[in-house]
Write a protein that binds this ligand. Sequence first.
Ligand SMILES: *Cc1c(COP(=O)(O)O)cnc(C)c1O
Length: 462
Amino acid sequence: MTKLADRNAALAARDLKHIWHPCTQMHDHERIPMLPIVRGEGAWLVDAEGRRYLDGISSWWTNLFGHANPRIAAALAEQARTLEHVIFAGFTHPPAIELAEELVRIAPPGLDKVFFADNGSAAIEVALKMSFHYWLNQGHGEKTRFIALTGSYHGETLGALSVSDVALYRKTYAPLLLTPILAPSPDAYEGEPGETPAQVAARRLGELRTLLERHAHETCAVIVEPLVQCAGGMRMYHPDYLAGLRRLCDEYAVHFIADEIAVGFGRTGTLFACEQACPEPGRRGSVSPDFMCLSKGLTGGTLPLSAVLTTQHVYDAFYAEYSAGKAFLHSHSYTGNPLACSAALATLAIFRDEPVLERNRALAAHLARRLAPLRDHPHVAEVRQTGMIAALELVTDKATRRPFPAAERRGLRVYLHGLQHEALLRPLGNVVYFMPPYVVSEAELDHLVDVAIAGIARAVAD
Ligand SMILES: *Cc1c(COP(=O)(O)O)cnc(C)c1O
């Protein structure tokens, strides 16, 4: 038997023998051992030696209601004994039917059709292909390009990477990718001194209009992450941009793809981020995109699943006699997997039965109060927050806002400090962020903030 004190090391050594981890330079793990997690309990993860870590990032933004959630687990166990999988062409099943009904019920108005896939990047591929194919079916095969925002992230398969703006990925894989048209992000942090977030949004809409004037004839869609560009450093922008984007897309006949993979399901304070944009100034109600991509929190972090919601109008452009060759061409072996659908149904049932958004508002307000003093920190250029996402931008000097050279190393220090103090924080370069599961308590948020502050002190030293 391995002694308790050596269990983490023993598992880490076995891991390294055969496993190649995502988004990781494996060489780093000669120095920093992989951390084996054997159990989850609510907002906490437990390693092989019994040490606990408060999951401040919902395990890459998926675990909305914590780990080993009993309600989701029970639904899953029941479904596993009933029907674990069935081919989804020619066949259907109750969990997929109920899930589609529920998604349409809660989504912004007009999104009445649901196409399932099995991860976020696949949902992006589906939306891109569907938008292109829609225009092709309408006799506009010349529309082949996409407009994406600077600083955007939409996943890592080739199509999704093509509409992402992550310098390292683009540099490496550029020869394999489509060339997107990049529109400047409405990111408020990058605004001119004195400009309000609404003014940045208005200015960026003007620039988008100029791009559309030039490129709308060859453009299928504009794709954005509504309100928060997450992987790009939790950069946030004003909801007016979404309302303006909807109007511009209508005016120039291009689709609006909303990637709510990270921001959907209550993360930004509303069930979907698009809801915070009013279609007309002074009017209430949600902006509706032509395509909305969902994944991550959809199953509460239990199983991979994604969905692309679209309109009856888009659907109708594919609807014809088989011989017309208009059908949408996309399938995955696990499309609409019943286990994943039942986990999603159990997750959405929690939103129905419990005051999740209200509780999140109280938690978000508490987090904001706790982070407010950091506005005066000499190395924090900005404290920003949208609902249950909060971020601190670390800089060498507040006045110049110059980021640290080799910012990842500063971020790494915060990460390692967190692990030594019962917290999982995983900064994005020089951005320390909080994206906790909705089941955290105020005391647990206090713990995350305290650890982050001490971690930042270590990270900025020297
Ligand atoms: C994570 C993410 C994706 C990709 O989802 P995967 O399941 O990791 O492929 C796409 N868009 C956004 C905004 C994301 O945060």
